[in-house]
Design a protein around this ligand. Structure first.
Ligand code: ZN
Ligand code: ZN
Length: 698
């Protein structure tokens, strides 16, 4: 055909050229060369002039061009449609498809109703379109009516129609009905199987996905890449490594490793099954990685607590200019929480704000948790208040965060607010609530909440809840009651419960119950060095230095090594790790000098080193740390020289803070006028102006 659309707007006005060269069958022209509304306008005008628009086929071509091919011309399409004399079913089909494609499924359904009212018989193309519209809207009732109509019209066994029926039911949450349609199919091609897989996947029926795949293998039905992606997703969720590896081998043997979607699914599967190294090696071999691949890898690291690897990879992802998605950000925030990496996490938060991303429940909860775990509890509350949607986990994370940051009463206020808003607390919420009572020293409230939990909310206390009660009683100095409470527990106490009592004995200097607690702990977990250290500290605190040393010797004889203390501080987005008597940090000398200066300054301000602990450690062999070189002191000294005066210093520590470091840090906060936030293995210490938020109980 010699016709070409005029290129410049001036030429479009020379209508005569166009008319004389108008092809006899304009289908190709309308469907392929019409690129803008202007083109459409022109062609439309000619079709009216030449009366070609009376030809329904040509009219439908024009309609298709407006409704489907061109973007944003649905109104135009509708005006063409409205002017048609008795439109046929293909015209309706085009309009329904157009509405569905252009996110107006509601209009699609209305038009379908009109079609039925006008007694235009739907054809086999009508049903898949209208079912897609129902699927989008999750309009189950309409979907069911259409299903009935399909059966009546005799299209019930058209494979294409059946596939969309499966999709529709699955999307509306009726997976069993979808399965019923699937089972009733006389011929099931791979598309039908894939529809069923995607239905199960949408509802999270991972077990069914695997079962269906085995069925497929037994029946010897050919599967394709779409199938494998579904099944790999399921393997990851179920940690079904066996099937996952079988598929991995299949992919390798059939030369499918060039398919990035498949390889990404493999990375995701291996990462979710905990085989992070296998995932990483596949990931490294990929030539093109999209956000899904990066996220799969980062969340793999995050879920196996390889948090530094997660953050390193996230920084690589930023360098590669790949924009993070929700999964990436949730994983990164989780890793930042573990490491106390406030700066990196803040970057994620400002990214969310800058891009105006929706604060979904998952993302918001991850942020609340992150700020709480980094000791920025006010920020955490702020994010919480801004979240448009919250679930029980969001509330629980906030309550636990407040409790860990020493704001027990405020935590309980949120708990009662949660009840007012009719959000049902779960067992984890009650752990957080009891923990809050413990931090706030609310013994009676704790006792009654413990009772209410099972009586009013039907939650049977687990070992963790009993542990919280022991902590509440122990913290309040009710050691005998705590001991009896453990003795009367209906379930067998574990090491954590006894260890909680042991720690209380340290604070209240109770030797007798302390000795009994250690005996019980050692029976259950013989190799935990922290327990021996606690009892030895109890002896030291009452002046029984010899007994203290005996406990340490006993520990050594049993071959139990003291877990090395490690403190972490983040400066300019870089994580610095310090160990007691650190000799690996590159700026070693500066740090030691800074530590000496810092100790001198606080000594002259009145700090007295804890003599018992110092002597205890001095009697240990030389390799062990002297108390002025405990890892947190090194990290704080580093923070003092490397951060702007007046800013908050944030440290994370792997062990409990020792009494001496606690005293020293209180003094440092006063002398240097700095807020210092230390997260130890159990809780937060917010040091400010010479005192700590834990009120010297930890
Ligand atoms: Zn210390
Ligand atoms: Zn403290």
């Amino acid at each position: 055909m010699g016709f070409a659309l005029p290129l410049s707007p001036a030429k479009t006005l020379t209508a005569t050229t166009v008319i004389t060269q108008f092809p006899e069958n304009p289908k190709t022209l309308i469907l392929e060369q019409c690129k803008t509304i202007k083109d459409l306008n022109q062609i439309h005008a000619h079709l009216i002039k030449t009366r070609l628009l009376h030809n329904p086929l040509i009219a439908e071509n024009l309609l298709e061009s407006a409704a489907i091919i061109l973007p944003e011309s649905m109104d135009y399409a509708l005006s063409i449609f409205r002017n048609l004399n008795e439109p046929r079913s293909p015209a309706y089909d085009i309009m329904i498809r157009g509405f569905t494609l252009k996110q107006s499924p509601h209009e699609a359904i209305l038009l379908f109703k009109q079609m039925c009212e006008n007694s235009v018989a739907p054809d086999e193309f009508t049903f898949p379109c209208i079912l897609k519209a129902c699927s989008r809207l999750r309009a189950l009732k309409e979907g069911e009516q259409i299903h009935a109509q399909i059966t009546k019209c005799g299209f019930g066994s058209h494979g294409f129609v059946e596939n969309t029926l499966i999709h529709m039911y699955a999307n509306c949450g009726e997976v069993e009905v979808a399965r019923h349609v699937f089972d009733g199919m006389s011929e099931r091609g791979v598309r039908a199987w894939n529809s069923m897989f995607s239905g199960y996947t949408k509802s999270g029926y991972w077990g069914e996905v695997v079962k269906l795949f085995h069925e497929m293998l037994e029946l010897d039905v050919r599967f394709d890449e779409v199938t494998l992606v579904s099944v790999l997703t399921a393997c990851g969720r179920l940690a079904d490594l066996e099937l996952g590896e079988w598929i991995s081998k299949y992919i390798e043997e059939n030369g499918l490793k060039g398919n990035p979607t498949l390889v990404t699914s493999l990375v995701d599967m291996f990462a979710k099954c905990g085989r992070v190294d296998a995932a990483r090696s596949l990931f490294d071999q990929m030539t093109r990685r999209d956000v899904v691949a990066w996220s799969a890898m980062i969340s793999g690291y995050s879920q196996t607590y390889q948090c530094r690897e997660a953050l390193d990879l996230f920084h690589d992802m930023q360098k590669a200019n790949v924009e993070p998605n929700e999964i990436t950000m949730v994983s990164v925030l989780a890793s930042c929480s573990v490491l106390g990496a406030l700066e990196t996490g803040r970057w994620v938060h400002s990214y969310i704000k800058k891009k105006r991303l929706k604060l979904t429940v998952n993302l918001g909860t991850a942020l609340v948790d992150f700020y709480a775990k980094c000791g920025s509890i006010d920020r955490s509350v702020e994010v919480f208040k801004r979240m448009p949607l919250k679930n029980v986990l969001t509330w629980t994370v906030l309550i636990q965060g407040l409790a860990n940051n020493g704001q027990g009463r405020r935590a309980l206020e949120f708990f009662y607010l949660m009840l007012e808003q009719n959000i049902e607390p779960n067992d984890v919420t009650f752990i957080a609530v009891l923990c809050a009572c413990s931090h706030a020293g609310l013994v009676d409230e704790g006792r009654s909440l413990f009772v209410n939990m099972s009586r009013d909310f039907g939650i049977e206390p687990r070992i963790e809840h009993y542990g919280c009660m022991v902590d509440i009683l122990g913290r309040a100095g009710l050691l005998e009651e705590a001991y009896q409470f453990i003795k009367n527990m209906p379930i067998k106490p574990n090491a954590v419960v006894w260890r909680t009592l042991l720690a209380s004995c340290k604070v209240h200097k109770n030797v007798e119950i302390g000795e009994e607690s250690l005996k019980q702990v050692v029976n259950l977990e013989p190799t935990h060095s922290g327990d021996y250290i606690l009892l030895s500290a109890i002896y030291a605190s009452v002046g029984r230095l010899e007994d203290a040393l005996k406990v340490r010797t006993r520990m050594k004889e049993k071959g139990i090594r003291k877990t090395p203390g490690c403190s972490v501080i983040e400066c300019d987005g870089v994580i610095h790790e310090f160990f007691a008597e650190d000799n690996v940090h590159p700026e070693l000398e500066d740090i030691y000098d800074a530590t000496e200066n810092m100790m001198k300054r606080i000594k002259s301000a009145g700090y007295v080193p804890n003599i018992e602990e110092a002597r205890l450690e001095a009697e240990q062999d030389d390799k062990e740390a002297s108390i002025s070189h405990h890892s947190e002191k090194l990290a704080i000294a580093f923070g003092l020289i490397r951060t702007t005066p007046g800013t908050t210093i944030r440290i994370s520590k792997n062990l409990r803070v020792c009494t001496d470091c606690h005293n020293a840090t209180k003094m440092i906060s006063k002398v240097y006028n700095r807020e210092i936030v230390v997260r130890d293995r159990n809780r937060f210490h917010h040091f400010k102006n010479g005192s700590c938020s834990c009120n010297d109980y930890w």
